[in-house]
Design a protein around this ligand. Structure first.
Ligand code: ZN
Length: 138
């Protein structure tokens, strides 16, 4: 991509009443996890009902931001101009127990390993979109 071409914005997430809190948290550089008020179970991605006890009541907790790489892929194609490539995408297992899909940053692609400790950071892509990404811990 050349410097004189304005980069398109990242695709917008699909925000609804169940996941709005999560994106609002990300905008404040807070990684949130939905928690069932009925039984205390944590769940991600957010949804309207607890799969354990079927309660519709929920709140959220703030995650520590620490976790490990549970699995990952490195995307090379197809390339969209809003993203940098190669694009590592990981399933992060947070220390609280839930998992989320996120980008990895600050890694040598060849050095990414399952089980590696990571920590969250927040990337402001544009005025309306801030998302978590994970870099090597320590
Ligand atoms: Zn529950």
């Amino acid at each position: 991509m050349t410097d004189n071409v304005e980069r398109p914005l990242r695709p917008r997430p699909s925000i609804n009443r169940d996941n709005q809190f999560w994106f609002d948290g990300a905008a404040e550089s807070r990684l949130l996890i939905q928690r069932c008020v009925g039984c205390g179970a944590l769940r991600h991605p957010p949804g309207p009902v607890c799969p354990s006890c079927h309660s519709f009541e929920w709140d959220s907790i703030e995650a520590s931001g620490r976790g490990t790489i549970y699995s990952y892929v490195v995307n090379y194609h197809p390339q969209l101009p809003a993203f940098d490539y190669p694009l590592p995408i990981a399933l992060i297992e947070l220390e609280e127990g839930t998992r989320l899909l996120s980008n990895l940053v600050g890694f040598e692609i060849e050095a990414i390993e399952v089980g590696q400790a990571v920590e969250v950071e927040f990337i402001e892509y544009d005025d309306e979109l801030t998302l978590p990404a994970f870099h090597p811990a320590g």
